[in-house]
Design a protein around this ligand. Sequence first.
Ligand SMILES: Cc1cc2nc3c(=O)[nH]c(=O)nc-3n(C[C@H](O)[C@H](O)[C@H](O)COP(=O)(O)O)c2cc1C
Length: 193
Amino acid sequence: MNTLLRIDSSVRTENSFSRSLGDYLMKEWKEKNPDGLIIERDLARQPVPQLNEQTVNAFFSEIPEAESTRLSDELINEIYQANEILITSPMYNFGIPSSLKAYFDLVVRTRKTFTENITRKGLLENKKAYVISSMGGILQEKRNPLEIHITQLLNHMGITDICYFPLDGTVIETRIAELVTFQQAEIVKQFNE
Ligand SMILES: Cc1cc2nc3c(=O)[nH]c(=O)nc-3n(C[C@H](O)[C@H](O)[C@H](O)COP(=O)(O)O)c2cc1C
């Protein structure tokens, strides 16, 4: 069964550009996958804890204490279960939200999502990801810093098939309305190729 894992990270549960475009993508996905399963991880409504010493020690232990890795195991099982992953991320202080970083700190894990040998091969194979990013300012650099960071994290786990739908300049009302329409059309194209 096709399974989409959706991960949201904007603290705004309403009037969020990234969530709203995420809803649009999910609607298109559902149309293409009427029998598909959607798993939702909302990191604002249900934040995951910051990594701590006990958890890191358990990650590197031969026989980890089950309780220390319980949440990480659960999140990793979810990623394995999904064949498509949607991540929505606003820019907060030039980077991804700390909630999303905390999530990745629990799923980017040696022997579970990448190999521990020197080649560090990602273990998540045959998965496709969609990355929706939003930021108040207009993107100045050629490459979007949110996309660069999220791509590094996904690539490290073996996910290389990634589509991007960026929304920049969300504070400029006239511009963002046009950009949202443009990205919606890109999403439709993506699901009808
Ligand atoms: C705490 C905070 C920090 C922000 N930092 C930045 C920033 O560094 N650069 C930027 O362009 N916009 C910044 N913004 C604006 C958000 O990126 C913008 O409002 C975006 O639309 C948020 O995504 P959302 O609409 O999905 O909630 C910040 C907003 C907040 C609340």
